[in-house]
Design a protein around this ligand. Sequence first.
Ligand code: INI
Length: 158
Amino acid sequence: MAIIEGRFTEASGLKIAVVVARFNDLITNKLLAGCLDCLSRHGIDTTNESAQLDVAWVPGSFELPIVSQSLARSGKYQVVITLGAVIRGDTPHFDVVVAEASKGISTVSRETGIPVIFGVLTTDTMQQALERAGIKNNLGWSYALQALEMGSLMKKLN
Ligand code: INI
């Protein structure tokens, strides 16, 4: 029996792209900070000179799939992390943006074979988003861990 699982400590050789939505950047900047902190503590070079990490900004979560697709297809990265925050508030736009972002991201992942981490917070209120972006817990950290695990796992499978 083979047990196939990813590790969190195989940063060397891993190249990661992070795509961040500028909409609700109070939240997404915090997610990005948590994400980079986790990557750095697991051995990824997150300095400005890094050859292991690139960060792309998009206007909103709706645009995460197209840019993830371009990065995944480039062949330069083993994992792509998306970061966004969609807050329901009073707008019906919420459902459209969440549906397009989630469907689009999973499609890119399956069609390119590159894991694309779904790091989009979907909350009813700004308070809930703040709690998940650092007040209680920073989910950016978890998304980074999931990226490391998937990068390592895919290396074993391919
Ligand atoms: N984009 C988000 O990332 N979060 C939101 O909460 C949001 N709301 O509520 O509208 C949002 N809208 C912008 C959207 O992602 C696109 O950038 C825009 O529609 C242009 O295509």
